[in-house]
Design a protein around this ligand. Sequence first.
Ligand code: SAM
Length: 382
Amino acid sequence: MKIVVKTLEGLEDVLVKELEALQLSNIQILNRAVSCEGNWAQLYKCNYCLRSAMRVLVPIKHDVLHSQEDLYTIGRSIDWSEYIPEKRTFAISGTVSGDLFPHSRFPVFRLKDAIVDQLSDEKGYRPNVDPKKPDVAIDLHINPDNEINISLDSSGKSLHLRNYKYRQYKAPLNEVLAAGIILLSGYDGSQVFQDGMCGSGTLITEALMISANIPAGKFIHRFAFQNWSNYNSEIWNTVKEIADEGIRHPQAELIGSDLNAFAVRDVKKNLQDFPFKERVSLYQRDFFKTNGHPDRLLIMNPPYDKRIETDNVDDFYRQIGDALKTFWQGSTAWIVTSNLDAMKSFGLRPSKRISLHNGGLESKLFKFDLYEGSKKSKHNND
Ligand SMILES: C[S@@+](CC[C@H](N)C(=O)[O-])C[C@H]1O[C@@H](n2cnc3c(N)ncnc32)[C@H](O)[C@@H]1O
Protein backbone atom coordinates (compact mmCIF):
# COMPACT_ATOMS: atom_id res chain seq x y z
CA MET A 1 0.00 0.00 0.00
CA LYS A 2 1.24 3.50 -0.85
CA ILE A 3 1.58 5.82 2.16
CA VAL A 4 2.29 9.57 2.08
CA VAL A 5 3.54 11.12 5.30
CA LYS A 6 3.22 14.90 5.62
CA THR A 7 5.79 16.86 7.58
CA LEU A 8 7.05 20.42 8.07
CA GLU A 9 9.46 22.16 5.73
CA GLY A 10 13.05 21.23 6.58
CA LEU A 11 12.20 17.94 8.31
CA GLU A 12 11.95 15.73 5.21
CA ASP A 13 15.39 14.10 5.74
CA VAL A 14 14.64 13.38 9.40
CA LEU A 15 11.35 11.78 8.38
CA VAL A 16 13.15 9.60 5.81
CA LYS A 17 15.42 8.28 8.60
CA GLU A 18 12.42 7.55 10.80
CA LEU A 19 10.66 5.71 7.97
CA GLU A 20 13.81 3.68 7.26
CA ALA A 21 13.92 2.69 10.93
CA LEU A 22 10.31 1.45 10.64
CA GLN A 23 11.39 -0.50 7.51
CA LEU A 24 9.03 1.20 5.08
CA SER A 25 10.08 0.63 1.46
CA ASN A 26 10.37 2.71 -1.72
CA ILE A 27 10.91 5.91 0.30
CA GLN A 28 10.85 9.13 -1.77
CA ILE A 29 11.07 12.77 -0.71
CA LEU A 30 8.25 15.05 -1.87
CA ASN A 31 7.48 18.67 -1.00
CA ARG A 32 6.93 18.78 2.81
CA ALA A 33 6.08 15.08 2.63
CA VAL A 34 7.65 11.68 2.04
CA SER A 35 6.03 8.81 0.15
CA CYS A 36 6.69 5.16 0.87
CA GLU A 37 5.13 1.71 0.78
CA GLY A 38 4.11 -0.46 3.69
CA ASN A 39 1.54 -2.81 5.18
CA TRP A 40 -1.26 -2.15 7.67
CA ALA A 41 0.95 -2.70 10.70
CA GLN A 42 3.41 -0.16 9.31
CA LEU A 43 0.63 2.35 8.66
CA TYR A 44 -0.46 2.06 12.30
CA LYS A 45 3.19 2.25 13.43
CA CYS A 46 3.73 5.44 11.38
CA ASN A 47 0.91 7.10 13.33
CA TYR A 48 2.08 5.82 16.70
CA CYS A 49 5.84 6.20 16.42
CA LEU A 50 6.87 8.88 13.92
CA ARG A 51 8.02 12.04 15.67
CA SER A 52 8.41 14.20 12.55
CA ALA A 53 5.05 13.32 10.92
CA MET A 54 2.11 15.72 10.80
CA ARG A 55 -0.29 13.33 9.06
CA VAL A 56 -0.18 9.85 7.54
CA LEU A 57 -2.20 9.59 4.33
CA VAL A 58 -3.29 6.66 2.17
CA PRO A 59 -3.74 7.90 -1.41
CA ILE A 60 -6.80 6.54 -3.21
CA LYS A 61 -6.83 8.60 -6.42
CA HIS A 62 -4.30 10.46 -8.50
CA ASP A 63 -5.24 12.31 -11.72
CA VAL A 64 -4.74 15.56 -13.62
CA LEU A 65 -7.40 18.28 -13.78
CA HIS A 66 -8.02 20.06 -17.08
CA SER A 67 -11.11 21.97 -15.94
CA GLN A 68 -12.94 22.72 -12.69
CA GLU A 69 -15.63 20.19 -13.64
CA ASP A 70 -13.02 17.37 -13.80
CA LEU A 71 -12.82 17.51 -10.01
CA TYR A 72 -16.47 16.49 -9.64
CA THR A 73 -16.14 13.75 -12.30
CA ILE A 74 -12.99 12.31 -10.68
CA GLY A 75 -14.59 12.51 -7.22
CA ARG A 76 -17.68 10.64 -8.42
CA SER A 77 -15.61 7.90 -10.12
CA ILE A 78 -14.45 6.61 -6.69
CA ASP A 79 -16.60 3.97 -4.97
CA TRP A 80 -16.95 5.86 -1.68
CA SER A 81 -18.98 3.10 -0.01
CA GLU A 82 -15.65 1.29 0.52
CA TYR A 83 -14.46 4.16 2.71
CA ILE A 84 -17.61 5.84 4.06
CA PRO A 85 -20.11 3.14 5.06
CA GLU A 86 -23.70 4.03 5.90
CA LYS A 87 -24.18 6.19 9.02
CA ARG A 88 -20.53 7.35 9.05
CA THR A 89 -19.65 11.04 8.86
CA PHE A 90 -16.82 12.56 6.88
CA ALA A 91 -14.84 15.79 6.42
CA ILE A 92 -12.47 17.02 3.75
CA SER A 93 -9.39 19.18 4.26
CA GLY A 94 -7.84 20.74 1.22
CA THR A 95 -4.51 22.16 0.11
CA VAL A 96 -5.07 23.77 -3.25
CA SER A 97 -2.72 25.53 -5.65
CA GLY A 98 -2.73 25.61 -9.46
CA ASP A 99 -4.61 28.02 -11.72
CA LEU A 100 -8.02 26.30 -11.89
CA PHE A 101 -9.40 27.30 -8.51
CA PRO A 102 -9.08 30.86 -7.20
CA HIS A 103 -10.54 29.88 -3.80
CA SER A 104 -9.42 26.79 -1.93
CA ARG A 105 -12.87 26.22 -0.32
CA PHE A 106 -14.57 25.68 -3.69
CA PRO A 107 -12.77 22.42 -4.65
CA VAL A 108 -13.48 21.07 -1.15
CA PHE A 109 -17.22 21.77 -1.67
CA ARG A 110 -17.17 20.17 -5.14
CA LEU A 111 -15.51 17.01 -3.83
CA LYS A 112 -18.07 16.90 -1.00
CA ASP A 113 -20.89 17.14 -3.61
CA ALA A 114 -19.31 14.36 -5.66
CA ILE A 115 -19.09 12.06 -2.60
CA VAL A 116 -22.63 12.73 -1.40
CA ASP A 117 -24.12 12.43 -4.94
CA GLN A 118 -22.24 9.20 -5.68
CA LEU A 119 -23.36 7.55 -2.44
CA SER A 120 -26.98 8.74 -2.62
CA ASP A 121 -27.45 7.95 -6.35
CA GLU A 122 -25.60 4.62 -6.39
CA LYS A 123 -25.80 3.28 -2.82
CA GLY A 124 -28.99 4.90 -1.51
CA TYR A 125 -27.63 6.80 1.53
CA ARG A 126 -26.41 10.36 2.17
CA PRO A 127 -23.48 10.67 4.57
CA ASN A 128 -23.27 13.75 6.78
CA VAL A 129 -20.31 16.09 7.02
CA ASP A 130 -18.88 16.54 10.52
CA PRO A 131 -16.00 19.02 10.33
CA LYS A 132 -15.08 18.61 14.02
CA LYS A 133 -15.11 14.85 14.69
CA PRO A 134 -15.54 13.04 11.38
CA ASP A 135 -15.45 9.23 11.25
CA VAL A 136 -13.57 9.45 7.97
CA ALA A 137 -11.13 12.28 7.20
CA ILE A 138 -10.33 12.92 3.54
CA ASP A 139 -7.37 14.90 2.26
CA LEU A 140 -7.59 16.76 -1.05
CA HIS A 141 -4.38 18.06 -2.59
CA ILE A 142 -4.14 19.96 -5.88
CA ASN A 143 -0.59 20.96 -6.82
CA PRO A 144 0.56 23.88 -9.04
CA ASP A 145 0.47 21.56 -12.11
CA ASN A 146 -3.21 20.80 -11.40
CA GLU A 147 -2.40 17.23 -10.36
CA ILE A 148 -5.01 16.03 -7.89
CA ASN A 149 -4.43 13.57 -5.06
CA ILE A 150 -7.32 12.32 -2.96
CA SER A 151 -6.27 10.44 0.16
CA LEU A 152 -7.69 8.98 3.33
CA ASP A 153 -6.18 10.64 6.37
CA SER A 154 -5.31 7.82 8.76
CA SER A 155 -4.30 10.22 11.56
CA GLY A 156 -7.39 12.43 12.00
CA LYS A 157 -6.06 15.27 14.12
CA SER A 158 -2.63 16.58 13.21
CA LEU A 159 -0.03 14.40 14.92
CA HIS A 160 1.70 17.40 16.53
CA LEU A 161 -1.25 17.36 18.95
CA ARG A 162 0.41 14.73 21.13
CA ASN A 163 -2.10 15.28 23.93
CA TYR A 164 0.40 16.03 26.70
CA LYS A 165 0.16 19.84 26.64
CA TYR A 166 -2.14 20.79 29.47
CA ARG A 167 -0.62 24.24 29.58
CA GLN A 168 1.15 26.46 27.07
CA TYR A 169 3.35 29.36 28.04
CA LYS A 170 4.12 32.07 25.47
CA ALA A 171 5.13 31.14 21.90
CA PRO A 172 5.38 27.34 22.26
CA LEU A 173 7.03 25.38 19.47
CA ASN A 174 5.02 22.93 17.42
CA GLU A 175 5.75 19.46 18.88
CA VAL A 176 6.70 18.01 15.48
CA LEU A 177 9.09 20.90 14.87
CA ALA A 178 10.63 20.48 18.33
CA ALA A 179 11.12 16.73 17.82
CA GLY A 180 12.50 17.33 14.32
CA ILE A 181 15.04 19.86 15.65
CA ILE A 182 16.21 17.41 18.30
CA LEU A 183 16.54 14.62 15.74
CA LEU A 184 18.43 16.99 13.41
CA SER A 185 20.86 17.63 16.27
CA GLY A 186 21.64 13.90 16.39
CA TYR A 187 20.53 13.59 20.05
CA ASP A 188 20.34 9.95 21.09
CA GLY A 189 19.86 10.35 24.84
CA SER A 190 23.48 9.68 25.76
CA GLN A 191 24.32 13.36 26.42
CA VAL A 192 22.88 15.67 29.07
CA PHE A 193 20.18 17.69 27.31
CA GLN A 194 19.56 21.27 28.34
CA ASP A 195 17.17 24.06 27.35
CA GLY A 196 17.89 27.31 29.20
CA MET A 197 14.81 29.14 27.85
CA CYS A 198 12.38 26.25 27.95
CA GLY A 199 8.99 28.05 28.07
CA SER A 200 6.33 25.38 28.57
CA GLY A 201 8.90 22.76 27.67
CA THR A 202 8.21 21.39 24.20
CA LEU A 203 11.90 20.71 23.52
CA ILE A 204 12.47 19.14 26.95
CA THR A 205 9.36 16.95 26.65
CA GLU A 206 10.19 15.76 23.14
CA ALA A 207 13.79 15.12 24.23
CA LEU A 208 12.52 12.99 27.12
CA MET A 209 10.33 11.05 24.69
CA ILE A 210 13.33 10.44 22.43
CA SER A 211 15.73 9.42 25.20
CA ALA A 212 13.14 7.15 26.86
CA ASN A 213 11.98 5.88 23.43
CA ILE A 214 8.38 6.77 24.31
CA PRO A 215 6.27 6.55 21.12
CA ALA A 216 5.26 10.00 19.85
CA GLY A 217 1.58 8.97 19.90
CA LYS A 218 1.66 7.44 23.41
CA PHE A 219 -0.92 9.90 24.78
CA ILE A 220 -3.16 10.12 21.69
CA HIS A 221 -6.45 8.38 22.48
CA ARG A 222 -7.65 7.59 18.99
CA PHE A 223 -6.38 7.75 15.42
CA ALA A 224 -8.70 8.09 12.40
CA PHE A 225 -7.75 4.63 11.06
CA GLN A 226 -9.55 3.16 14.09
CA ASN A 227 -12.86 4.30 12.50
CA TRP A 228 -12.19 2.60 9.18
CA SER A 229 -14.29 -0.43 8.28
CA ASN A 230 -11.13 -2.51 7.68
CA TYR A 231 -9.55 -1.52 11.03
CA ASN A 232 -7.83 -4.50 12.63
CA SER A 233 -7.63 -4.09 16.42
CA GLU A 234 -5.39 -7.14 16.79
CA ILE A 235 -2.73 -5.63 14.52
CA TRP A 236 -3.07 -2.29 16.32
CA ASN A 237 -2.68 -3.84 19.78
CA THR A 238 0.42 -5.74 18.65
CA VAL A 239 1.94 -2.59 17.13
CA LYS A 240 1.34 -0.70 20.38
CA GLU A 241 2.62 -3.50 22.61
CA ILE A 242 5.87 -3.87 20.66
CA ALA A 243 6.47 -0.09 20.57
CA ASP A 244 5.70 0.26 24.31
CA GLU A 245 8.08 -2.59 25.17
CA GLY A 246 10.86 -0.40 23.72
CA ILE A 247 10.36 2.31 26.38
CA ARG A 248 13.61 2.52 28.37
CA HIS A 249 15.18 4.41 31.24
CA PRO A 250 16.85 7.58 29.88
CA GLN A 251 20.65 7.34 30.07
CA ALA A 252 21.33 11.00 30.85
CA GLU A 253 19.63 13.83 32.70
CA LEU A 254 17.53 16.51 31.02
CA ILE A 255 17.58 20.06 32.35
CA GLY A 256 15.04 22.78 31.62
CA SER A 257 14.97 26.32 32.95
CA ASP A 258 13.21 29.59 32.23
CA LEU A 259 13.24 33.08 33.65
CA ASN A 260 9.52 32.82 34.25
CA ALA A 261 8.12 30.77 37.15
CA PHE A 262 4.80 30.18 35.33
CA ALA A 263 6.63 28.58 32.41
CA VAL A 264 8.43 26.18 34.76
CA ARG A 265 5.14 25.33 36.47
CA ASP A 266 3.64 24.60 33.03
CA VAL A 267 6.43 22.15 32.14
CA LYS A 268 5.84 20.26 35.40
CA LYS A 269 2.13 20.02 34.61
CA ASN A 270 2.81 18.85 31.03
CA LEU A 271 5.17 16.12 32.25
CA GLN A 272 2.75 14.81 34.89
CA ASP A 273 1.82 11.56 33.06
CA PHE A 274 5.28 10.78 31.74
CA PRO A 275 7.32 7.78 32.78
CA PHE A 276 10.83 8.84 33.93
CA LYS A 277 9.77 12.46 34.50
CA GLU A 278 12.17 12.43 37.47
CA ARG A 279 15.04 12.45 34.93
CA VAL A 280 14.02 16.04 34.08
CA SER A 281 15.32 18.76 36.40
CA LEU A 282 13.50 22.07 36.19
CA TYR A 283 14.55 25.47 37.51
CA GLN A 284 13.32 29.02 37.42
CA ARG A 285 16.52 30.77 36.38
CA ASP A 286 18.00 33.48 34.20
CA PHE A 287 20.01 31.86 31.40
CA PHE A 288 22.62 34.58 31.75
CA LYS A 289 23.21 33.51 35.36
CA THR A 290 23.18 29.80 34.57
CA ASN A 291 26.30 27.77 35.00
CA GLY A 292 27.86 26.57 31.74
CA HIS A 293 29.08 22.99 31.30
CA PRO A 294 31.18 21.10 28.79
CA ASP A 295 29.74 18.00 27.03
CA ARG A 296 26.14 19.16 27.02
CA LEU A 297 23.68 19.41 24.21
CA LEU A 298 22.00 22.77 24.57
CA ILE A 299 18.97 23.46 22.38
CA MET A 300 17.19 26.77 22.83
CA ASN A 301 14.42 28.75 21.23
CA PRO A 302 14.95 32.29 22.54
CA PRO A 303 12.25 34.96 22.24
CA TYR A 304 12.37 36.52 18.79
CA ASP A 305 10.47 39.73 19.49
CA LYS A 306 7.38 38.73 17.50
CA ARG A 307 5.21 36.71 19.84
CA ILE A 308 7.28 37.74 22.91
CA GLU A 309 8.56 41.30 23.04
CA THR A 310 12.15 41.84 24.07
CA ASP A 311 13.58 45.26 25.07
CA ASN A 312 16.57 45.24 22.76
CA VAL A 313 16.51 42.06 20.76
CA ASP A 314 19.93 42.55 19.10
CA ASP A 315 21.52 43.08 22.49
CA PHE A 316 19.69 40.04 23.89
CA TYR A 317 21.03 37.80 21.11
CA ARG A 318 24.53 39.26 21.55
CA GLN A 319 24.35 38.32 25.25
CA ILE A 320 23.34 34.74 24.41
CA GLY A 321 26.28 34.44 21.99
CA ASP A 322 28.65 35.88 24.63
CA ALA A 323 27.34 33.50 27.31
CA LEU A 324 27.82 30.51 25.03
CA LYS A 325 31.36 31.34 24.02
CA THR A 326 32.38 32.27 27.57
CA PHE A 327 30.73 29.60 29.73
CA TRP A 328 29.67 26.70 27.51
CA GLN A 329 32.96 25.65 25.93
CA GLY A 330 33.01 21.94 25.15
CA SER A 331 29.26 21.81 24.59
CA THR A 332 27.22 21.98 21.40
CA ALA A 333 24.47 24.57 21.14
CA TRP A 334 21.59 24.71 18.69
CA ILE A 335 19.50 27.88 18.44
CA VAL A 336 16.18 27.99 16.63
CA THR A 337 14.78 31.42 15.89
CA SER A 338 12.67 33.43 13.50
CA ASN A 339 14.64 36.61 14.17
CA LEU A 340 17.35 36.26 11.56
CA ASP A 341 18.35 39.92 11.89
CA ALA A 342 19.05 39.55 15.61
CA MET A 343 21.19 36.48 14.87
CA LYS A 344 23.59 38.84 13.07
CA SER A 345 24.50 40.19 16.52
CA PHE A 346 25.18 36.71 17.92
CA GLY A 347 28.94 36.96 17.45
CA LEU A 348 29.53 33.25 16.84
CA ARG A 349 29.95 31.48 13.51
CA PRO A 350 27.49 28.60 13.09
CA SER A 351 28.81 25.30 11.73
CA LYS A 352 25.36 24.52 10.31
CA ARG A 353 22.25 26.47 9.23
CA ILE A 354 18.98 24.70 8.48
CA SER A 355 15.84 26.44 7.15
CA LEU A 356 12.62 25.56 8.95
CA HIS A 357 9.09 26.83 9.27
CA ASN A 358 7.64 27.72 12.68
CA GLY A 359 3.89 28.44 12.70
CA GLY A 360 4.03 30.39 9.43
CA LEU A 361 7.26 32.17 10.37
CA GLU A 362 10.43 31.68 8.34
CA SER A 363 12.90 30.21 10.87
CA LYS A 364 16.42 28.88 11.00
CA LEU A 365 18.22 26.38 13.17
CA PHE A 366 21.87 27.22 13.85
CA LYS A 367 24.50 24.85 15.22
CA PHE A 368 27.43 26.15 17.28
CA ASP A 369 30.39 23.94 18.18
CA LEU A 370 31.74 25.59 21.31
CA TYR A 371 35.32 24.39 21.27
CA GLU A 372 37.13 24.13 24.56
CA GLY A 373 39.36 27.18 25.14
CA SER A 374 40.97 28.93 28.04
CA LYS A 375 37.95 30.68 29.58
CA LYS A 376 36.41 28.92 32.56
CA SER A 377 32.91 29.02 33.95
CA LYS A 378 32.44 31.73 36.59
CA HIS A 379 29.00 30.73 37.85
CA ASN A 380 28.55 27.59 39.85
CA ASN A 381 25.14 26.35 40.73
CA ASP A 382 24.48 22.95 39.10
C1 SAM B 1 10.02 31.36 22.48
S1 SAM B 1 9.84 31.02 24.18
C2 SAM B 1 10.31 29.33 24.31
C3 SAM B 1 9.19 28.42 23.94
C4 SAM B 1 9.50 26.96 24.17
N1 SAM B 1 10.50 26.50 23.23
C5 SAM B 1 8.24 26.13 24.09
O1 SAM B 1 8.09 25.35 23.15
O2 SAM B 1 7.37 26.27 24.96
C6 SAM B 1 11.20 31.84 24.89
C7 SAM B 1 11.30 31.69 26.39
O3 SAM B 1 12.50 32.36 26.81
C8 SAM B 1 12.28 32.78 28.15
N2 SAM B 1 13.33 33.77 28.50
C9 SAM B 1 13.47 35.05 28.10
N3 SAM B 1 14.57 35.60 28.63
C10 SAM B 1 15.16 34.64 29.39
C11 SAM B 1 16.33 34.58 30.20
N4 SAM B 1 17.13 35.65 30.33
N5 SAM B 1 16.60 33.43 30.84
C12 SAM B 1 15.82 32.35 30.74
N6 SAM B 1 14.68 32.34 29.99
C13 SAM B 1 14.35 33.47 29.31
C14 SAM B 1 10.87 33.34 28.10
O4 SAM B 1 10.33 33.40 29.42
C15 SAM B 1 10.18 32.33 27.18
O5 SAM B 1 9.54 31.33 27.93
